[in-house]
Design a protein around this ligand. Structure first.
Ligand code: FE2
Ligand code: FE2
Length: 469
């Protein structure tokens, strides 16, 4: 049987002429589809979804729109166009030609980082397995599925690298990526946050805003990698990631907007009155933010890390937007850290996780400012705020240091007493879940969320983005 590879697996890696890669993918693809059917969006296999598919890396190709049944989505393999004579942008090999093959001495380090990135992609699809059943609108349902199929494609992207550059170990790792599962007791996903189930849409919007943004920063740092195929793969993934951030920012923004409407209508900010009216009170939104932001901060790792230093030294992972810095070698510079014991100066290379976390936090603040502008314009005093990076941490120097969300130290006793008021309680979760009733009439929205300002790809908001059969 001859297969038209560019049709079935759109790609710009000349798959049609690469027998070894074809054979590896022919083996892996059916397993991927089994995984998708079992662990992907539950119960929507027959629906026609208005999705964008990447069929090329140029302006026309990267977003081709049309109605697709998800199991027939064409998951492709794309690398951003090569940069001619690209040189290594940081670390010990700064200025040398970028690598087209993985150097033997860094092979396991590269493999581990590709596997860790690859593991998060299907994990998020698994976390959102049942979410479609409670969609607040067809518009949102479509966005969920768009994010899901693209995370599926990001898995393909990492699997391509494993198959094309890591031989037998790569093939084994590619299999393992389908056998670990989010929240599985025996074989969980590698990173903690990706084992948290996402069973309501407020959590989904928080996840796409905060946790997907961690993904954006990881991809940005890998887009700097000395291993050129990895850099090019991640550069292309970032074009898709922008939509995921958009879903998160506008999602939370629309929840806030609806809450403000209800607050105005009732003339009160009393949470119980707002809840009775079927909207999410602002303090609850704040608690969800506290949870997802702090758990996403942990994904960057410890403030001081010899691992981070070595992956910078060896050219594996740079800083996001490395071009913004003047010094790309960073052996002589120190970085000032805040630890529970006070200020501490460490070698910059050892502080790379913290450098990344800081740029991530700045990026997170942009959306929060916009949400607060909405609140201010509506004439209310309440302000949402990112908690301090010292608060509620499970990794790094601030683990087990009791502080309030502003980062102020307190006794363990007081902390234990107040913590339930800072994070979503059982009651909050039950309430939010009670709002999750599915709305599937084109153009209609659930009562707890405002409609979006515009539809997808210039279509009206009321377009039937998902045709359920
Ligand atoms: Fe992704
Ligand atoms: Fe994403």
């Amino acid at each position: 049987m001859t297969i038209d590879y560019s049709e079935r697996i759109p790609n710009n890696v000349d798959l049609a002429n690469d027998r070894t890669l074809q054979r590896a993918l022919e083996h892996w693809q059916p397993r991927f589809l089994d995984w998708w059917r079992e662990m992907g969006p539950h119960d929507f296999a027959a629906a026609d979804v208005y999705l964008r598919t990447a069929v090329g890396v140029d302006a026309q190709g990267w977003a081709s729109y049309g109605a697709v049944k998800m199991p027939e989505y064409r998951w492709g393999i794309f690398l951003a166009e090569p940069i001619a004579d690209r040189t290594i942008g940081f670390g010990d090999y700064y200025g040398k030609p970028a690598w087209q093959q993985v150097p033997g001495e860094f092979r396991s380090q590269f493999r581990r980082i590709i596997v860790t990135q690859g593991d998060t992609e299907p994990a998020s699809v698994e976390q959102q397995h049942l979410l479609g059943h409670t969609c607040p609108s067809l518009y949102d349902l479509r966005n969920l599925f768009q994010v899901n199929v693209e995370e599926g494609r990001h898995l393909w992207a990492m699997v391509y690298l494993l198959h094309a550059h890591f031989g037998r170990d790569g093939r084994e790792e590619a299999e393992e990526l389908l056998s670990r599962h989010s929240g599985d007791v025996d074989k969980p996903r590698i990173l903690g946050t990706f084992n948290e189930p996402i069973s309501d849409w407020l959590s989904f919007f928080m996840f796409t805003y905060f946790t997907d943004r961690d993904g954006k920063f990881q991809l940005k740092s890998l887009a700097e990698s000395s291993f050129d195929p990895l850099a090019r793969t991640c550069r292309f993934m970032l074009t898709e990631e922008a939509h995921h951030m958009f879903v998160g920012e506008t999602g939370v923004g629309r929840v806030v907007k609806r809450t403000l409407e209800v607050m105005k209508e009732l003339g009160t900010d009393d949470p119980s009155a707002i809840r009775k009216h079927g909207a999410v009170d602002l303090p609850t939104i704040q608690r969800y933010m506290n949870f997802w932001f702090t758990s996403s901060l942990d994904l960057f790792g410890s403030e001081v890390s010899s691992n981070a230093a070595s992956s910078f030294a060896n050219g594996i992972k740079g800083r996001p937007d490395e071009g913004q810095y003047e010094d790309h070698v960073c052996t002589e510079t120190s970085y000032e850290l805040e630890t529970p014991q006070g200020k501490e100066n460490v070698n910059l290379r050892n502080a790379m996780n913290e450098v990344m976390r800081s740029s991530y936090i700045k990026d997170c603040e942009i959306g929060v400012k916009r949400w607060n502008m909405q609140i201010q314009r509506a004439g209310f005093e309440f302000r949402l705020a990112l908690p301090s990076p010292r608060f509620h941490r499970s990794i790094g120097a601030w683990v087990n240091v009791p502080t309030d969300p502003r980062g102020k130290a307190m006794s363990q006793e007081e902390y234990d007493r107040l913590l339930p008021s800072w994070l979503p309680s059982e009651g909050d979760r039950t309430f939010v879940k009670s709002l999750m009733q599915r709305v599937i009439e084109p153009g209609k929205m659930a009562g707890w969320i405002a409609p979006p300002d515009r539809g997808i790809n210039n279509l009206p908001v009321a377009y039937e983005y998902v045709q359920l059969r």
